[in-house]
Design a protein around this ligand. Structure first.
Ligand SMILES: Cc1cn([C@H]2C[C@H](O)[C@@H](COP(=O)(O)OP(=O)(O)O[C@H]3O[C@@H](C)C(=O)[C@@H](O)[C@H]3O)O2)c(=O)[nH]c1=O
Length: 177
């Protein structure tokens, strides 16, 4: 696999080796030794899967006391996936990295603990799968507005479909007052 560093420390874009043949394809979506060598050494404790339709945007989410590292990919469809650096001490605080993830190239994004994460769906339907390094605690969850102008994410949609919770998310500056 190929591992690309991004401009945000710790955020990695992973391009797995996909073996295609006349039956379809095969790839390893996680292999402890190899991912550890790439810098992903924390143990995973939870796997998640969500399905969304075109135009849905989930995010931007993080956990405060139990920050989760997330190894994210798309099992079906295509999404635009984003990590935002909300680590107050980070030189890239407030900056974002985005990548298209789909079921053809099978790229993965590693979002280390401490960042906010979100994605929006480009295909008619998308199944989003991810491994997490900590458990989900609903009361610990925080969110940042998807269209926070100070972050300035280049989303492909101007009016995505949001959950009620995500529509009410605060601006990044209001989280760190
Ligand atoms: C995330 C999560 C949700 N749930 C429940 C809570 C709720 O009733 C229902 C839907 O939850 P949400 O609306 O928060 O789901 P969703 O908006 O898909 O939340 C996810 O968004 C992406 C962007 C992430 O980065 C994830 O970490 C996670 O925050 O599922 C769990 O039981 N376990 C979990 O780990």
């Amino acid at each position: 696999m190929e591992v690309l560093q991004t401009h945000i420390a710790g955020v990695l874009l992973i391009k797995p080796h996909v073996f295609g043949d006349n039956r379809g394809f095969f790839l390893e979506t996680f292999q402890q030794e190899r991912y550890r060598s790439a810098g992903i050494a924390l143990p995973f404790v939870q796997d998640n899967r969500s399905r969304s339709r075109k135009g849905i945007l989930r995010g931007l989410h993080f956990q405060r006391q139990h920050p989760q590292g997330k190894l994210v990919s798309v099992a079906r469809g295509r999404v635009f996936d984003v990590a935002v650096d909300i680590r107050p001490e980070s030189p890239t605080f407030g900056q974002w990295f985005g990548a298209v993830l789909d079921d053809e190239k099978h790229h993965q994004l590693w979002v280390p603990p401490g960042l906010a994460h979100g994605f929006c769906v480009l295909s008619d339907v998308a199944d989003f799968v991810y491994k997490c390094t900590d458990f989900y605690y609903s009361e610990d969850e925080g969110s940042v507005r998807w269209d926070d102008p100070e972050i300035g994410i280049g989303w492909p949609f101007e009016e995505p479909i949001l959950s009620e919770k995500d529509a009410k998310a605060p601006l990044l500056r209001d989280l760190f007052l």
